[in-house]
Design a protein around this ligand. Sequence first.
Ligand code: IPE
Ligand code: IPE
Ligand code: MG
Length: 246
Amino acid sequence: MNQLDQIDKNKLPKHLAVIMDGNGRWAKQKGFFRTVGHEKGANAVKELVEGCGELGIPYVTLYAFSTENWNRPKLEVKTLMNLLVSSLKKEIKTLHDNHIRLNAIGNITALPKKAFAELHEVMEKTKGYDKMVLTLALSYGSREEITNAIKDICHKVKNNIISIKNIDETVINEHLYTQNLPEVDLLIRTSGEQRISNFLLWQIAYAELYFTPVLWPDFNKDNLFEAILNYQHRERRFGKTSEQLN
Ligand code: IPE
Ligand code: IPE
Ligand code: MG
């Protein structure tokens, strides 16, 4: 039995998040420029989205560019932004064919005009689809997101729109970029690094974490299915005892 057949379709993560890491090392190992790694990484995104579509995972969130990534060499940032534009142009058909709605989280107004415009256009064109919500985290930083949420809430308190006693987890959720997304069930990070790098800090409170040494450009459907199978063998206790769950 192959891995796909072993997956229990009733126990899929509802929301899968991925830290796509290792493009640079992949290229370096092969003697290429880092940008070649990013290009190959874009192909891996397509494969992941197809795999998630085959399984029926309804929410997929990908860490594509962090607030900290702005500090990379100018040329690399430029290449990544150009790659975003070309990938959006190229893959809009895949989104249409598979009824996938594109969404974005992060400070997307900080993106170059062209990237912002393309992103906006694809989000508009796919907003009616409901088979999967594919969220790209772009110029995304969790600390920035939480800081902005706190500012918004303080502003509302000051203007008597919310009272302090009513601030609860739901209110905080409603002020995050991810307000329309369910909690993350499974977080995958490739490339062997075992850290979160400022991604969805609040939203992964009870996510299962899966780290794999595979570099992002090499991450294929089998690797995805392996991660899902691993996830399905875990017991998510949410603070309870094992006995209570049965
Ligand atoms: C992930 O690969 C892509 C982005 C962060 C944009 P990296 O570019 O971080 O690759 P490594 O970690 O240097 O190998
Ligand atoms: C995290 O990868 C960001 C993305 C995958 C977009 P990095 O390569 O930027 O993370 P660090 O700096 O190694 O922690
Ligand atoms: Mg990296």
